[in-house]
Design a protein around this ligand. Structure first.
Ligand code: ARG
Length: 369
């Protein structure tokens, strides 16, 4: 028996992608799947690509969904070794960067392969709590402390001296095998943050990478959960209002305020807000100067409005999560501010694995030098 979720997916694919453009008719394809048994339902490359694009369209947290039809999909489900997977991930990063004209790409990996890193590019976070003279107990990105410890335990050699922006190696797992792969520098493009009017901000040595590529996601397609890696381009608030600004991340606002010569003793001077604004200006300016695509939150919100109009014309409801769609600065300037959304997710979609998804203990570890 054909499962309801497979039938719905195939019907949606034929309805949106035009049955006349497919090798098989809808009923032929449904019959083919039925014969092969539901357990072994394997989407074709075209179905997979469609699922990837619709998963983006259905992503309730994403403000950048206007561009969903442009997602390029790489079907690499057939790769056999982890070394091949690593090479594909490097190629993904390089092609996504595309000389700064960032291309949205999704790479589908073989079933059973897991990239442990949450994004292809992540900065190490080193716990140094034993040194009370330090401003923060973590050097680098506190979000990646566990990943850093895992990399070190697998034999990763951290650079000396340790830095706040050390790119972590990829950790890729299949079954009992876990492999560590340092990324080649040519795959990692970064932008040092500079400010158009306040050179003291440049001296803080803040930087961020160009390509946000989610690497621990699964594509939900009918009953299937397929490991995928996908990227878009940054909206500057992600970097400058969260990654670098959050107290639990790089906590850079006090340093930025100091560089701006602001009085940080009284909250009523709004030094946090002024530092936040200038850090966001710096992120947009630096990416622009470096020729790397980035979007500001006003433009992104206007693009989202166009997406909503288009979806309305197509007769589809736009689902959303307000707290993710609203920008983390100047929120009331956004057209999202006064809107309410249905948050329940449609299929196909993307999901992250549970945070505590464990590595198998005592498994053999290999590392590719
Ligand atoms: N917010 C995440 C970060 O700051 C990236 C998530 C994906 N973002 C994107 N623009 N596609 O790294």
């Amino acid at each position: 028996m054909l499962s309801q979720s497979v039938r719905e997916f195939i019907e949606q694919f034929y309805a949106e992608e035009g049955g006349d453009r497919q090798a098989l008719s809808l009923s032929e394809r449904l019959a083919q799947i039925e014969v092969a048994q539901i357990e072994s339902f394997t989407p074709t490359t075209a179905e997979l690509a469609f699922a990837g694009r619709v998963a983006w369209r259905n992503s309730v947290r994403c403000i950048g969904r206007l561009f969903w039809p442009a997602l390029q999909v790489r079907d690499l489900r057939h790769l056999e070794t982890l070394d091949e997977v690593f090479d594909a991930l490097v190629a993904h990063l390089q092609d996504a960067f595309c000389g700064g004209h960032i291309q949205p790409i999704m790479t589908a990996l073989p079933q059973g392969v897991r990239v442990v890193n949450s994004q292809l590019i992540r900065y190490a976070g080193y716990v140094q709590a034993d040194n009370p003279a330090l401003q923060s107990p973590v050097l680098g990105d506190p979000d990646n402390v566990q990943l850093t410890q895992l990399a070190l335990s697998l034999g990763w050699q951290a650079p000396t001296p340790l830095g706040a922006f050390d790119v972590l190696p990829l950790i890729v797992q299949r079954g009992d095998t876990v492999k560590l792969y340092p990324l080649p520098p040519e795959a990692v493009h970064e932008v040092p943050l500079i400010h158009p009017d306040h050179p003291a901000i440049n001296a803080l040595g803040l930087r961020w990478y160009a390509v946000p590529a989610i690497s621990d996601a699964q594509l939900h397609l009918a009953h299937l959960r397929l490991p995928v890696v996908f990227n878009g381009w940054y909206m500057q608030t992600e970097i400058a209002a969260r990654d670098l600004a959050d107290e639990g991340r790089y906590n850079a606002l006090p340093r930025v305020a100091q560089a701006l010569g602001l009085d940080t003793r009284l909250e009523r001077t709004l030094w946090r807000d002024r530092a936040l604004l200038e850090l966001n200006v710096a992120a947009l300016y630096s990416f622009h100067q470096a020729g790397v695509k980035i979007v500001d939150h006003h433009t992104a919100a206007a693009q989202f409005e166009r997406f909503q109009q288009q979806e309305g014309q197509a007769g589809r409801e736009v689902r959303g999560r307000w707290s993710w769609l609203i920008a983390p600065m100047s929120p009331a300037t956004s057209p999202v501010w006064g809107q309410r959304f249905v948050g329940q997710e449609l299929s196909p979609n993307f999901s992250r694995p549970p945070q505590d998804w464990p590595l198998k203990r005592g498994c053999p570890v290999h590392s590719k030098a």
